[in-house]
Design a protein around this ligand. Structure first.
Ligand SMILES: [Zn+2]
Length: 509
């Protein structure tokens, strides 16, 4: 089986912010999970580089748009590498291969009779690169997202006949699984049922875009161009960007993970474009929420933007990934609160998980010659085994539903059960009696084995912490596929246990 997942292609007007980092980390966790489940994964990310906003940003810096794009695109790629994001394909919409795809696609849409010339008038937000519905009574026309004045447009554009797809799109957005989470579905259903209008796919007098063939002065509208980047990205390991081969690539995407603000483009415009070009449509569009900081919207003008690179340098990957995936309900809005972040990382990763690993290894080393205890008459039916098997199946179900929050909580639950087990069995008392040494061996083994399972389950969420835990248990092989690793009892009795070092360092306030 195969699995294709995409982040949005991020707009390169500026370097990555916390929101795009959040989306990318979530996609990375999903991609890692599917790989461990044995699927062939294509994880597509990239950048959207055309459009008026970028042209203006470059002009304001006194450089050419392509220089600006090269610079910011590199920053994205470098940052994703620093975060160990396991993308398979990085799309740039200024690449030759992408241009080839756009032209072939446009031709198909044209041949389907879905392109017409029309006049576009309306209020435009350059930040959104989108026409806005405005109340004509308002004296000042502002974009509610960018809080910037809208610009009036009246020009000849090419239009994509979205209205030809009213019935098909209505059926699609009402289908069971296409739009998630459910809470976002209703706004799209409402939008579609009010009647789809054709939308313009070209701009005039805009130099920084792909020229439309046979329409001098027209360049492709940035969204029409950017959405096609997903198709370009599906051509991994291929230098023949022939659209006729798309069905032999790992297409359609199984899921587009996006921010809720661009749901309309992905759930309405994009599938209609694909229908027109006779290309399979993605199976799911998931719109996640926005991040606030200490309860406030982040913004340049407010001066409270949180730089993801600073977080990375200060706290490391695992801490930030754990917080974003475990504390925020994926699909809902979230809030980055510094104190909460520190408490969660210290409590969950340092105390509940880290201490469990550390103290159990220490006891095993002390009483069993620096090794995993040897077992005599091992009772293969025990409480921790039962818990662990229950957690594994629950965890998988949750991860398949992108419910990182509850999936992380199941791992914590398992660690808590192991801590309770240790405290109840009190091996430090039992070891004093030679008659109960065998029992202690079994107790310690069961907790170490639980730590091994926890180490594996953490892999998609906090990959480095996962490897540190497994290393402490002398399991050094690469985790490629965990189907055979999640069975109970695979930790070898008699394995050497190196001196433990904390798998997570506390964050000091
Ligand atoms: Zn806007």
């Amino acid at each position: 089986m195969s699995f294709t997942i995409t982040t949005p292609l991020y707009y390169v007007n500026d370097k990555p912010h916390l929101g795009s980092t959040y989306t990318t980390i979530a996609c990375d966790a999903i991609a890692r999970f599917y790989r461990l489940e044995g699927e062939k994964v294509v994880f597509i990310t990239g950048v959207d580089e055309h459009g008026l906003k970028i042209q203006r940003t470059a002009e304001s810096k006194g450089i050419k748009p392509n220089e600006h794009c090269d610079k910011i695109s590199n920053i994205y790629k470098e940052l994703w590498n620093k975060w160990d994001i396991t993308f398979d394909s990085f799309v740039r919409t200024t690449s030759q291969s992408h241009e080839d795809i756009v032209y072939q696609f446009f031709k198909r849409v044209q041949n389907s009779g879905d392109i017409k010339v029309g006049r576009q008038t309306g209020w435009y937000c350059v930040g959104c690169e989108e026409f806005k519905d405005v109340n004509n009574e308002d004296k000042d026309k502002y974009c509610p997202i960018h809080l910037k004045q809208l610009e009036w447009r009246d020009e000849e554009n090419l239009f994509f006949c979205l209205s030809n797809y009213q019935k098909q799109i209505e059926k699609l957005v009402n289908s069971e699984d296409f739009i998630q989470p459910q809470s976002r579905k209703n706004e799209i259903i409402k939008f579609v049922s009010s009647g789809l209008k054709d939308f313009s796919i070209s701009r005039v007098n805009l130099k920084w875009g792909l020229p439309v063939p046979h329409y001098p002065g027209h360049t492709f509208y940035v969204w029409f161009d950017a959405l096609l980047g997903y198709i370009t990205g599906a051509y991994t390991n291929s230098d023949d960007y022939n659209l006729d081969n798309i069905n032999s690539m790992l297409w359609p995407a199984n899921v587009h993970i996006i921010g809720k603000d661009i749901l309309r483009f992905h759930a309405v415009y994009w599938p209609a474009m694909l229908m027109s070009a006779n290309i399979k449509i993605p199976l799911k569009v998931f719109g996640h929420g926005f991040l606030k900081r200490e309860g406030q919207k982040m913004g340049k003008s407010l001066g409270n933007v949180l730089d993801p690179e600073d977080l990375l340098n200060k706290y490391g990957k695992d801490s930030v990934r754990w917080f974003l995936l475990k504390d925020i309900d994926f699909g809902q809005d979230g809030d980055f609160q510094k104190q909460r972040f520190i408490d969660i990382v210290n409590n969950d990763l340092c105390n509940t998980i880290g201490n469990l690993v550390n103290r159990t290894i220490s006891m095993s080393r002390k009483w069993f010659d620096c090794k995993v205890p040897e077992l005599i008459n091992y009772n293969n039916k025990n409480h921790l085994k039962e818990c662990s098997n229950k957690v594994i199946s629950e965890y998988k179900k949750l991860m398949y539903n992108y419910n990182f929050k509850e999936a992380s909580e199941t791992i914590l639950y398992l660690a808590t059960e192991a801590n309770i087990f240790l405290n109840e069995q009190a091996p430090w008392t039992k070891i004093k009696n030679i008659k109960t040494k065998e029992e202690v061996a079994e107790d310690i083994y069961n907790v170490l084995e639980t730590c091994r399972i926890i180490g594996y389950l953490l892999n998609p969420i906090t990959p480095e912490l996962s490897l540190r835990i497994l290393n402490q248990l002398s399991i050094n092989h690469n985790i490629l596929n965990w189907k055979s690793s999640l069975e109970w009892g695979l930790l070898n009795p008699g394995n050497d246990l190196p001196e433990p070092i904390p798998v997570m360092n506390r964050i000091e306030n």
